[in-house]
Design a protein around this ligand. Structure first.
Ligand code: HEC
Ligand code: HEC
Ligand code: HEC
Ligand code: HEC
Ligand code: HEC
Ligand code: HEC
Length: 287
């Protein structure tokens, strides 16, 4: 009989393969799964979370489309500062922005006023698509706690350890009061099922307002989102609204599927012990 612990890891591997198969099926059917969410594709940590904004500038002769990088901005501001207060949508290429708005101090112009950061006349700093530019992202982020996925920063630790202090408001002031409430989302739609999912309100409401999620993404009720499933998440709905694009990516299965905690480390330890045992036996045999 396999021990529960080992069985856990096996079921997850099986689940991962199933998810991969679902993904192929989805991509082939042209289901709108984009390359950002393609789990097969390695992501560049320097550009993970960058948004190409070309709603009105695509094909323009006057200016290049805009490249917006989350990593520079989220070190200084919470998601709420931009997504709740300044009206940027959580879906790329949908916010209706004209240059006249920016010049009038709205959207990017709220901060790019020549005081908080560079001003609106430095066109090519924003309209930079296809231009060779050194953003030095990894250099700027090198002192933040490391993670294996996304842009390789653990943003939760960065906030909790006080390495960054993202402001609640766009003028650089304020902090959000987090809601200390965890929810376990049981995984019921797949057998054998991967570990259940822990959702921490605290981690999310350090950065986000309730309105970013309730009711537009999630019904405000435990078990109130029965239509949610992994394929929808991979294709950018529910948790995937953020985790397929800006927050740590879907590839990091066990950061969400954490109940009970994954035992991969434990397994590695066992393996090491086994290795050691093997080595010991070999040594003995030699003798
Ligand atoms: C951002 C959080 C998050 C990440 C990362 C994540 N999952 Fe999930 N997963 C969920 C949630 C939430 C559910 C839905 C639970 C429910 O309502 O049944 C789920 C459900 C599932 C299910 C059950 C079947 C289904 O369609 O609902 C499987 C299998 C699964 N995930 C596998 C994976 C694998 C494999 C990975 C890594 C490649 C992964 N998950 C990464 C949050 C996540
Ligand atoms: C702080 C960032 C920023 C700066 C600086 C900036 N823009 Fe823009 N601009 C944008 C964004 C964002 C859009 C919307 C892009 C889209 O959705 O396609 C935009 C859209 C435009 C558009 C197309 C829409 C329209 O209003 O016609 C033009 C043209 C434009 N900008 C010209 C300029 C010029 C010229 C400059 C320099 C004088 C400039 N921009 C400086 C961010 C900026
Ligand atoms: C300085 C402002 C700013 C901050 C801070 C910010 N964002 Fe954004 N975000 C934007 C802009 C601008 C866009 C592009 C909107 C558009 O193209 O319509 C965007 C787009 C997105 C998208 C859609 C990406 C895509 O490819 O479709 C997601 C998801 C997102 N943001 C999540 C977050 C999260 C999570 C945080 C906090 C950790 C955050 N943002 C912080 C300005 C910001
Ligand atoms: C809430 C304030 C705020 C908003 C809104 C904002 N920015 Fe910024 N942005 C900053 C600050 C502050 C910096 C300087 C960050 C640094 O260098 O540490 C910056 C830096 C930048 C840079 C240079 C660094 C990099 O990421 O390449 C670009 C380009 C840029 N912003 C583009 C934009 C565009 C385009 C928008 C709108 C879609 C926008 N910003 C909206 C505050 C803001
Ligand atoms: C990042 C998204 C997100 C944010 C931001 C968020 N929530 Fe939630 N909330 C959820 C999810 C996911 C659930 C669980 C839904 C489920 O089980 O299907 C939930 C459930 C709830 C519930 C139901 C708990 C129960 O026992 O039934 C309440 C109440 C709630 N949230 C309040 C809030 C409040 C208040 C805020 C702002 C301070 C907030 N949420 C911010 C995602 C969010
Ligand atoms: C509106 C955006 C948004 C949505 C929707 C969202 N998250 Fe997150 N999540 C974040 C941000 C921002 C962080 C901070 C870390 C980062 O950005 O990588 C985060 C962090 C986390 C963490 C890390 C916790 C830790 O202690 O390190 C987990 C786990 C997580 N989210 C699970 C979920 C699950 C499960 C769902 C869906 C039920 C979900 N998230 C939906 C934005 C979101």
């Amino acid at each position: 009989m396999l021990s529960n612990r080992r069985f856990g890891v096996k079921t997850i591997l099986a689940a991962a393969m199933a998810a991969g198969l679902f993904f192929y099926a989805g991509a082939d059917a042209g289901s709108g799964v984009t390359w950002e969410t393609d789990l097969r594709r390695p992501k560049n940590p320097d550009t993970y979370g960058n948004v190409l904004m070309d709603r009105v500038t695509r094909g323009s002769k006057e200016v290049k489309p805009v490249v917006f990088s989350h990593w520079t901005h989220r070190s200084k501001y919470t998601c709420k500062a931009c997504h709740t207060d300044l009206g940027f949508s959580l879906k790329g290429r949908t916010t209706e922005i004209m240059q006249s708005d920016i010049a009038a101090g709205k959207f990017c112009g709220s901060c790019h006023d020549g005081k908080t950061s560079f001003g609106v006349n430095e066109c090519e700093k924003c309209h930079s698509y296809g231009l060779t530019q050194t953003r030095n992202t990894s250099e700027k982020l090198k002192d933040l706690p490391k993670d294996a996925f996304g842009n390789q920063v653990d943003w939760v630790k960065a906030v909790n350890e006080g390495k960054i202090k993202p402001a609640a408001n766009h003028d650089g002031t304020g902090v959000l009061t987090p809601l200390d409430q965890d929810t376990i989302i049981p995984v019921t739609k797949f057998t054998p099922h991967p570990p259940d999912v822990k959702f921490s309100h605290k981690v999310h409401t350090q950065q986000l307002d309730c309105v970013s999620c309730h009711e537009s993404i999630f019904k405000q009720k435990n078990g109130g989102n029965p239509e949610m499933n992994m394929m929808k998440i991979i294709s950018g709905q529910y948790c995937g609204t953020c985790h397929a694009k800006v927050s740590f990516p879907i590839d990091d299965c066990f950061r969400c599927h954490s109940q009970p905690a994954p035992v991969i480390d434990e397994d590695k330890k066992d393996e090491k012990k086994d290795d050691k045992k093997d080595a010991d036996t070999r040594d003995k045999k030699k003798k």
